[in-house]
Write a protein that binds this ligand. Structure first.
Ligand code: NAD
Length: 486
């Protein structure tokens, strides 16, 4: 297992790297080795204030005056520079999160760069309209930036979820304060370096590291911030919504999920097996859209579960930095303990464990590794059928007909994603329309593209990230009336 020197990282405010004003730092732990791999500045309220002032000055200065096309060019350079540094940034993503380098380097860092590239193209295509009003007026709209946007992101896809917010915000002409999760700040800091290298003027992107409870809260309460784009836990999201009410900030929330993955008896079962496996075990199940509730038709369930358990047992945890590894370490000790707690609860409530269920060891005796875990005979009222575990634990529930499958799928407070596996095209579209989820996959799972919107129904949040829909969440509309009466 590779060990690394401890790096020391600072805050990015006004394109300057600064220590936290209180002089404090936080350790970043590599979850695969349990070693400290970096220390980062732990910001204070004063640092948030300094970032807001720098951001506001940029908005009223060079950034606010820059042409949309020039803005797009800089965002495009940022995308290029991110790909030039992709090896190094991917390594950081794996170091602080524990995900396989295969996922960081081949999928997520390229997807983040693609997101910047996509929104670079939008910069000079966000425009207003002329309106045929009554009376002799010229009436038109301007689509203007919101101002200072704070992006608060979780630890599961640290750079990608930052890109989903920072890229549209910048392209629409906003200035940004990015706050990564305490566990995974390293790639947000790298993004700050890359933004400076790409020529983003001072104050346009500021990176503030520190605990959510103090720094995150200070951001949410700050009167100088116009919008919060948040991804994280549903309870944190509710708190942000309440706290943001005092200053009437605009907010978009991408929250938790308990996504159903429905296998109908006429499905291509080999494909459904692959989809069920990657649906829950990609990213160690620390994926908001993970297919954590598997709904299988009673007539095929026993055969399906036997094959699924065999597949899960074959997935072996490995050193996340090894390019051959496909299954890494959970992101933190806390997350490992949460997963263990849910597995215990599932057993106590009578679910049947058919694969995994315990810690995994990659031969070092260290690291927060947990086996891919599958439960059968889960009933809809059990805790693991209702609560988001955010780990590699699959809850299997059976059904007897299509309407029961749909009712069970929708029986959740969440509505982030869902999938259905069937060869019947009519059934597939019927189910897609009836599922209460922001994304529905038919005969596939976990596919994304920057051009397609992503976001939640119900307690999974509101607002959409990616695609042209996100542009609405980073702009506001002004009507301008000109009297043409002579
Ligand atoms: P979290 O809510 O604890 O933390 C998310 C971010 O919010 C972190 O940066 C944290 O420091 C900050 N934060 C914490 N308390 C805060 C406060 N009071 N004010 C402001 N900021 C605060 O979530 P997490 O444990 O890091 O992430 C896991 C959760 O994220 C899961 O529930 C998962 O479903 C969700 N998630 C959702 C999506 C989606 O797109 N819907 C994507 C990924 C993760």
């Amino acid at each position: 297992m590779t060990t690394t020197a401890v790096e020391q990282k600072k805050l990015l405010i006004n394109n300057e790297w600064r220590d936290a004003s209180g002089g404090k730092t936080m350790d970043v732990v590599n979850p695969a080795t349990e070693e400290v791999c970096a220390t980062v500045a732990s910001a204070t309220k004063d640092d948030v204030d300094a970032a807001v002032q720098a951001a506001r000055a940029a908005l009223n200065g060079p950034w606010g005056k820059m042409s949309a096309r020039e803005r797009g060019r800089i965002v495009s350079k940022l995308a290029d520079r991110l790909m030039e540094r992709a090896d190094e940034v991917s390594r950081l993503e794996t170091l602080h999160n524990g995900k396989p380098i295969f996922e960081s380097r081949q999928i997520e860092i390229p997807a983040a760069a693609e997101c910047f590239e996509y929104y670079a193209g939008w910069a000079d295509k966000v425009m207003g309209e002329t309106i045929p009003v009554k009376g002799n007026y010229l009436t038109y709209t301007l689509r203007e930036p919101l101002g200072v946007v704070a992006a608060i992101v979780p630890w599961n896809f640290p750079l990608l979820l930052a890109a989903w917010k920072v890229a549209p915000a910048l392209s629409c002409g906003n200035v940004v304060i990015l706050k990564p999760a305490s566990q995974t700040p390293l790639t947000a800091i790298a993004l700050g370096e890359i933004a400076v290298e790409a020529g983003l003027p001072p104050g346009v992107l500021n990176v503030i590291t520190g605990p959510g409870s103090s720094v995150g809260q200070a951001i949410v309460e700050h009167p100088g911030i116009d919008k919060i784009a948040f991804t994280g836990d549903t309870n944190t999201g509710k708190g942000i919504m309440k706290a943001a009410a005092d200053t009437l900030k605009k907010i978009t929330l991408e929250l938790g999920g308990k996504s159903p993955n429905i296998v109908l008896p006429d499905a291509d079962l080999e494909a459904a097996l692959r989809g069920a496996t990657t649906g829950i075990f990609y990213g160690k199940g620390e994926v908001c859209a993970a297919g954590s509730r598997l709904l299988v038709d009673r007539s095929i369930k026993d055969e399906f579960m036997e094959k699924l358990a065999a597949r899960a047992k074959k997935m072996v945890a490995g050193d996340p930095l090894d390019p051959k590894t496909r299954y890494g370490a959970l992101a933190s000790k806390k997350q490992l303990e949460t997963v263990e707690r849910y597995v215990d609860v599932a057993k106590k409530e009578g679910a049947s464990l058919v694969a995994g269920g315990g810690r995994a060891d990659i031969g070092t005796g260290k690291g927060y590794f947990f086996q891919p875990t599958v439960f059968d005979k889960v009933t809809p009222d059990m805790t693991i059928a209702r609560e988001e575990i955010f780990g590699p634990v699959l809850a299997t529930i059976e059904f007897s007909d299509l309407d029961e499958a749909i009712a069970r799928a929708n029986d959740s407070q969440y509505g982030l994603a869902a999938a259905v596996w069937t060869r019947d095209v009519k059934k597939a579209h019927y189910v897609a329309r009836r599922l209460q989820a922001g994304t529905v996959w038919i005969n596939t799972y976990n596919v994304y593209d920057t051009a397609a919107p992503f976001g939640g129904y119900k307690a999974s949040g509101f607002g959409r990230e990616m695609s042209s829909h996100a542009l609405e969440h980073y702009t506001q509309v002004k009507s301008v009336w000109v009297d043409l009466n002579m």
